[in-house]
Structures are given as C-alpha cells and as structure tokens.
Write a protein that binds this ligand. Structure first.
Ligand code: G6P
Ligand code: MG
Length: 216
C-alpha cells in the first residue's frame, strides 16, 4: 500500500545536480584534479566533505582538516551563486502535478536530501508547503548509501518503511532506499540506477497512477 513518497531533491525535483557538478568542476579545476561527468556520478547523493575527500584522493592530494573545510566552503560558495536565481520555473516536468496529486490522495510527502542547502532550494522552488517531513541533513550520521536519511524521513512521517516509495537519481540513493526496505524509483541513468525497482528516463513519467501501480 502506498502511504508515502520520499523524494531526493537534487536531480529529482529540480536540476540542481547539474549545479553541484558545475560547482565541484570549478573547484577541481582550481586545484588541478581531473573531473568529468563520469566521475561526478560517484558524488551524486554524497555529502559535501565526503565528496571533497573523493576528489582529493583522485588527485592524490593530502590536505589538513582546515584546508579541507576551506575548499568545501569554496565549493558551497560556487554552488550558492549558481542556485541564487532558482524559481518555481525550475521544477522538473511533472513534479508539481505529482506533489498535488499525492496531497489530494492523502499520500504523505517526505524529503531525504543530503544537502544542507535543501530547505533554501525548496523555498526558492515555492514547494516547501507540500512536504510533511524534511529530514535534517545536518543531523544525519551516516550518508547514503546508508539508509539512515530515508528511515529518518519515514519515521518523521509515521509511515512503515514497506509502505514508502523513495525516488532518487543517484546510485548511492537507490542503495539507501533498498536497504531501508522501501520501493526504489530511479530517475536517469539506467546503468548506475540498475538496482532500482523501476527506472524512468525523465520525471514526466513519474505519474501518481504509476506510483500506485508499482506499489500494488
Ligand atoms: C546532495 C547532492 C550532492 C551534494 C550533497 C550535499 O546529496 O546530490 O551532490 O554533495 O547533497 O549538499 P550540500 O548542499 O550540503 O553541499
Ligand atoms: Mg540527487
């Protein structure tokens, strides 16, 4: 039974996954580490400092904690500039309709984004009011692929895990949803998201009817 849908944000609700990519690319170029879209797939859904660690180890760079924090801050400044002008026009196709239909049908809506910028992005998109629960990324101890953030969102919603659908664009995110014993829907790359229960190419395919159908 479908009782709740728990969304990832970046790359599912809006295309901020692209801005995270651009912000990391800018930083990687500055510190001389090779960075491309293929490598970026590994960073999707992964927290800020953890992502930086992956970039540093790729460049075989060893930095002090203070230097790491400075670089992570620099990336976040790049990112904040890129998201400055986000508006409701930046919602991916079909998402607003889906949020409305979920509400109308009494299906709870949760957010499980690792991004500390998530509440600000929801505000800019004008959709904060649709969410019954938003997991606080700054309080999560273990990032995706650990299921903690999805479990936290479901607990806040008061819905049994098996009655939740999670929607993700990241390999680590699909792993987290599956580990949480929820139904996993992947948006995007069929190879990296192959462990999902259902994969769509674009958010247009995420209709309320289909979600009810896959939950049975
Ligand atoms: C999401 C994105 C990642 C990002 C992480 C942390 O999971 O998919 O690309 O690194 O959030 O975001 P933040 O805005 O806190 O740096
Ligand atoms: Mg994502």
């Amino acid at each position: 039974k479908l009782e709740a849908v728990i969304f990832d944000l970046d790359g599912v609700i809006t295309d901020t996954a692209e801005y995270h990519y651009q912000a990391w690319k800018q930083l990687a170029d500055e510190i001389g580490v090779p960075f491309d879209r293929e490598f970026n797939e590994q960073l999707k859904g992964i927290g800020r400092l953890e992502s930086l660690e992956l970039i540093l180890s790729r460049g075989e760079l060893q930095l002090t904690e203070a230097e790491k924090i400075a670089l992570a801050d620099r990336k976040n400044e790049n990112y904040k500039q890129l998201i400055e002008s986000i508006s409701p026009d930046d919602l991916l196709p079909g998402i607003l309709t889906l949020l409305k239909q979920l509400r109308e049908n009494g299906v709870k809506i949760g957010l499980a984004s690792a991004s500390k910028n998530a509440p600000a992005v929801l505000e800019k998109l004008g959709i904060t009011q649709y969410f019954d629960a938003i997991a606080d990324a700054s309080k999560i101890k273990k990032g995706k692929p650990d299921p903690e953030i999805f479990l936290t969102a479901a607990d806040l919603l008061g819905v049994p895990y098996r009655n939740c659908i999670g929607i993700e664009d990241a390999e680590a995110g699909i792993a987290a949803i599956k580990e949480a014993q929820m139904t996993a829907v992947g948006v995007g790359n069929r190879e990296t998201l192959k462990h999902a229960d259902w994969i769509v190419d674009t958010t247009v395919e995420l209709t309320f009817e289909r979600l009810v159908e896959i939950k049975g």
